[in-house]
Design a protein around this ligand. Structure first.
Ligand code: HSE
Length: 411
């Protein structure tokens, strides 16, 4: 009998129990062993008293460690106390499966090392892309490739909000309120809307892909809180959509890694990913581009990934996997020729347009009257790299009463 403890019995934990039950017969058919849940750690036992296995609930972690547990499934989320519990589980030779991206982005290296030292495994497929199989394919199926680039929509909440702004012309505030009402966005959505959640997931993907540690806090991260209706009006005129994209790219020995709202062709793979769905495009030097897409969050999709890790652990498909101790040198600015959509505002559109044409050889412009005295000039420009772009934006601003509003790179 393999004995399992569940830390957390919220949405994902409930899904994991559901999948265990659904698959129990099949498991029995394939193996002589069975999986039994020994304890379920929760904060408030009363809240879960009507659920299956309520007899196994405890609010005391010591009750979990007193049991003879083989595999700990951590689905409580957040850094604390999950970090302490996972560390203690691994140190006492229990395998761990976790869905916790904050934990892996922050302490993945240390925890994988502890797992190795104790001869146990730490799996975390559900930490990126919810139900989308991505970490295992990246580690195993793409192992013969040098990964060149990752482009990803890896936050369901922000993609839902942006989809509503694009498809139903909602304002950011209306779309966020709807996301909260439907349960996609948390009551405290900062980590999602400021791009931190996507940053953590991109750091996990990139650390595996480039075999160097990418610290999410050193990445260039921008959320969606400043995106307004006009951005979508202008994007649509360019046949584009706006998506929060996590992008990392190998530049020689350096890695560019950033999360930013970007302009994507409305009919492209990323442009068509709607609502809470996620998509990850990986470019390998041998395979070319491969696309992984599907539900990036939710009860059963996330549980599907946790369950697959549980099966790998249960069936002792042992892999030795560690995060490299070498920390990647990050490039913070985009270093390749690209198109950018720029917004400037001021009183004199002729002057803004003339300084735009002076600064960029390839440049289209459009004027939008915002009020009696203020116009916006929206422009699509082509430029060698972001450093050069910033220089020229500075020049345009210096040519009189012109304010720079924002810039979007076109993917
Ligand atoms: N808050 C996350 C999202 C949940 O919106 O994608 C899944 O990690």
């Amino acid at each position: 009998m393999t004995s399992v403890a569940l830390l957390g019995y919220g949405v994902v934990g409930t899904g994991v129990v559901e999948l265990l039950e659904r698959n129990r017969e099949r498991l029995r058919g394939n193996n002589s062993e069975d999986i039994s849940i020994a304890k379920i750690l929760v904060r408030d036992k009363k809240k879960h008293s009507n659920k299956r296995y309520s007899n196994l609930l405890t609010d005391n972690i010591e009750d979990v460690f007193r049991e003879n547990i083989d595999i700990v499934i951590e689905v409580m989320g957040g850094l604390y106390p999950a970090y302490e519990y996972v560390k203690r589980s691994l140190s006492s030779r229990k395998h761990v499966v976790t869905a916790n991206k904050d934990l892996i982005a922050e302490h993945g290296k240390e925890l994988l090392d502890i797992a190795k030292d104790n001869g146990v495994t730490l799996h975390f497929e559900a930490s990126v892309g919810g139900g989308i199989p991505i970490l295992k394919p990246l580690k195993e199926c793409l192992v013969g490739n040098e990964i060149k680039e990752i482009k990803a929509i890896i936050n369901g909440t922000t993609n839902f909000i942006l989809s509503k702004m694009y498809g139903e012309n909602m304002s950011y505030t209306e779309a966020l309120a709807l996301a909260q009402k439907l349960g996609f966005a948390e009551a405290k959505p900062e980590s999602d809307v400021l791009g931190y959640d996507a940053g953590r997931k991109l750091s996990i993907l990139s650390t595996i892909a480039y075999n160097k540690r990418i610290d999410w806090k050193s990445m260039n991260i921008e959320g969606i809180t400043d995106i307004d209706e006009l951005d979508f009006v202008y994007a649509k005129r360019l046949n584009s959509n706006i998506k929060l994209v996590g992008l990392s790219k190998r530049y020689g020995d350096k890695i560019y890694a950033a999360v930013k709202p970007m302009l994507v062709d409305a009919n492209s793979t990323l442009g068509r990913i709607e609502n809470e769905n996620n998509a990850i495009i990986i470019e390998g030097d041998a395979v070319g581009e491969v696309v992984f897409s599907g539900k990036g969050a939710g009860m059963l999709p996330t549980a599907s990934a946790v369950f697959s890790d549980l099966m790998d652990t249960f069936q002792q498909r042992k892999e030795e996997f560690l995060f490299n101790s070498k920390i990647a040198e990050l490039e913070s600015l985009w270093d390749t020729q690209s198109e950018w959509m720029l917004r400037f505002s001021g009183e004199n559109s002729t002057q803004i347009i003339s300084s735009l044409h002076e600064s960029f050889s390839t440049c289209t412009t459009e004027i939008n009257k915002i009020s009696k005295d203020i116009v916006e000039v929206v422009s699509l420009v082509k430029v060698e790299n972001e450093r050069e772009l910033n220089k020229r934006i500075g020049y345009i601003q210096s040519c009189g009463k012109t304010s720079f509003v924002k810039k979007f790179r076109k993917l």
